[in-house]
Ligand binder design. Structure first.
Ligand code: SF4
Length: 392
């Protein structure tokens, strides 16, 4: 099946560390942590950056990246990010959009894909031909549970178990398989094919070239029937017992905003942390007594550990006044809707304009601003990407 072709008449404007995007509230700088993987001490560095150069908060994006908003000194910001070790590949900074399953190696999944994230990042960043991949191209390494595959990545790998991995293109498994030792090379080949074929397109599914990318990889490898995409699990929330008996704490953030003072407090936990595409953080490898103390201290401060919280199902773009395109204060209106119990059941997303930044991939109730405080409300059906046909 061929797909509609869309081309862009301008370069993508995704911000990076050295390319700050200007918004109504100042510059936006974006920091990428491949796989969302870091140590909690990095949250302290981010708090420093937010307080020194931005509005004091760290803002999570729907792709698990981190933003500092309100930057008035872009050069100083870039230098400080580099000094903190958060700009290891300046030429490839904006293309390192790599998601991975946040609980991989700790709980569930068909394989621990953590080490593979590092291998893929290193392979892509060592290739000059990939430095200009658009900031919009999304890569995901899914450990078999289907959580980051559900984000419809352009390129990725799905763990099948038994040290086998399958290539993902345009949000679907393709049947192209590789063993653990060749998995990073398989993804690298697909990324090179996309870089050569994309023209001025940003996303594979939009480009109409998914089949050509698949065919370029097929030329060198055996292909089997594509694996059905696993049904994505519910996002992890709250207290989770790891396979080794230690505790993982998954904490939701209201509208993805991590206040600097909370980031600083989390840094003291001295543990691995994962940033998710669901506006949450997962703190790993905690002893029970530390986890209990963390929940007691951080829940009153605003971190969400309750899976039933409305704050986990209601999202909103930045909105007014920070975004000049916004017709309404989306976050203020969404918060008022939660406080007044005025919103419908299920996922709800507020957008200040038709770009719908950060809207969920699957079905949700769409609140689209048409004027200050006024919204057009539509129940939007979930969209599943079509299969990739390498004959296209
Ligand atoms: S959806 Fe529109 S108003 Fe909201 S942040 Fe994006 S561009 Fe701004």
């Amino acid at each position: 099946m061929t797909q509609p072709t869309q081309h862009r008449d301008r370069g993508d404007r995704c911000p990076g560390v050295r390319r700050v995007h200007q918004a109504a509230d100042g510059g936006i700088g974006r920091i990428r942590l491949p796989g969302g993987r870091a140590h909690a001490r990095v949250l302290g560095d981010l708090a420093d950056l937010a307080e020194r150069f931005g509005d004091g908060d760290v803002h999570l994006t729907s792709r698990g990246n981190l933003q500092i908003r309100g930057i008035a000194d872009p050069g100083g910001f870039a230098g400080a990010v580099a000094a903190a070790g958060l700009l290891p590949h300046p030429a490839h900074d904006r293309m390192r959009n790599i998601l991975s399953s946040p609980l991989t190696g700790r709980l569930g999944g068909a394989a621990d894909v953590g080490p593979l994230v590092g291998e893929v990042d290193a392979a892509l960043c060592a290739d000059p031909a990939l430095a200009d991949l658009p900031g919009r191209t999304l890569i995901a390494i899914d450990d078999g549970r289907g959580d980051v595959l559900a984000e419809a990545p352009d390129l990725g790998l799905l763990a099948l178990g038994g040290d086998e991995f399958e290539l993902i293109l345009a949000g679907t498994p393709t049947g192209h398989r590789a063993g653990r030792d060749a998995a990073a090379a398989l993804l690298h080949d697909a990324a090179r094919a996309w870089a050569a074929l994309r023209g001025d397109a940003w996303r594979i599914a939009e480009s109409g070239r998914a089949g050509q990318v698949a065919a370029a990889v097929t030329a060198h490898r055996e292909r089997r029937a594509p694996t059905p995409a696993p049904a994505p699990p519910a996002a992890p929330v709250g207290w989770l017992t790891q396979d080794d008996g230690r505790v993982a704490l998954a904490a939701g953030l209201r509208f993805g905003v991590l206040p600097g003072r909370i980031a600083r407090a989390l840094a003291h936990l001295d543990c691995p942390v994962r940033v998710t595409a669901g506006y949450s953080l997962v703190l790993l490898d905690l002893d029970e007594d530390i986890a209990e103390a963390a929940v007691r201290a951080l829940a009153p401060a605003g971190l969400i550990f309750d899976a039933a919280s409305d704050w986990l199902r209601v999202t909103a773009c930045t909105g007014a006044p920070a975004c000049a395109k916004a017709l309404a204060d989306t976050r203020g209106d969404a918060a008022a809707g939660i406080a007044g119990d005025l919103l419908p059941a299920g996922r709800v997303h507020f957008s200040g304009c038709e770009r719908r930044c950060g809207a969920p991939k699957t079905g949700f109730v769409d609140y689209l601003a048409v004027a200050e405080g006024e919204y057009e409300v539509t129940d939007r059906a979930g969209r599943r990407p079509p299969p990739v046909d390498s004959r296209a």
